[in-house]
Design a protein around this ligand. Structure first.
Ligand SMILES: [Zn+2]
Length: 152
C-alpha cells in the first residue's frame, strides 16, 4: 500500500525585509504600487510635487493636495553600494545599491537600483520604476532599474 501525499502548491519564499506600514496618508501610494503605478502627491495651490506623501504641502502648508500618477521615470541623484551586513533579507542580496532617485516630477526618493551590476551604476543614469511583488502580501515595492535609451 502506498500513501500518496497531496501535491503541495509551490510555496513562495517568505519576505524577510520590513514591510511598509500603510498609514492613511501613504495607503494610496502602496495600493497604486500594487497596480504598478507610481503615485505622487501634488499641491494644487503651489503646483509642486512632494514626497513622502503628506496631506499638507511641505512647500506652502496648503492642505489642498491631490494624488497624481507619476511617470515612474527619473535619474540617479546619488547612491551607495552595500557590500556586507544588513538584516534579514538584505544580507542575502549584497552587494546592492541604495540610491536617491530624482524623479522627473522633481522630487527625490530613496530606493534600490536593480537590474544592473552595482559597479555599473552612475550618477545621472536614467532609470524607471519596477515593482517587486511581495509574495502573498498584496504589496509591491517600487525599485528603479536602468531605462533603455533610444538610439540617436
Ligand atoms: Zn504647496
Amino acid at each position: 500500500m502506498t500513501t500518496q501525499q497531496p501535491q503541495q502548491p509551490q510555496q513562495p519564499q517568505p519576505y524577510k525585509k520590513p514591510l511598509p506600514v500603510l498609514e492613511p496618508e501613504t495607503r494610496p501610494f502602496w495600493e497604486a504600487a500594487a497596480r504598478r503605478e507610481y503615485m505622487l502627491k501634488r499641491c494644487s495651490s503651489c503646483k509642486q510635487f512632494h514626497y513622502p506623501p503628506q496631506n499638507v504641502c511641505p512647500h506652502c502648508l496648503s492642505s489642498n493636495t491631490v494624488w497624481i500618477r507619476g511617470s515612474g521615470y527619473g535619474k540617479v541623484y546619488s547612491y551607495t553600494i552595500t557590500y556586507q551586513g544588513g538584516g534579514p533579507g538584505y544580507a542575502e542580496e549584497v552587494p546592492f545599491v541604495l540610491g536617491i532617485i530624482e524623479l522627473d516630477e522633481g522630487v527625490r526618493v530613496w530606493s534600490n537600483v536593480v537590474g544592473i551590476d552595482p559597479k555599473e551604476v552612475k550618477v545621472g543614469m536614467v532609470v524607471e520604476a519596477v515593482f517587486e511583488n511581495v509574495a502573498g502580501q498584496g504589496i509591491a515595492i517600487p525599485r528603479f532599474r536602468p531605462r533603455p535609451q533610444k538610439k540617436a
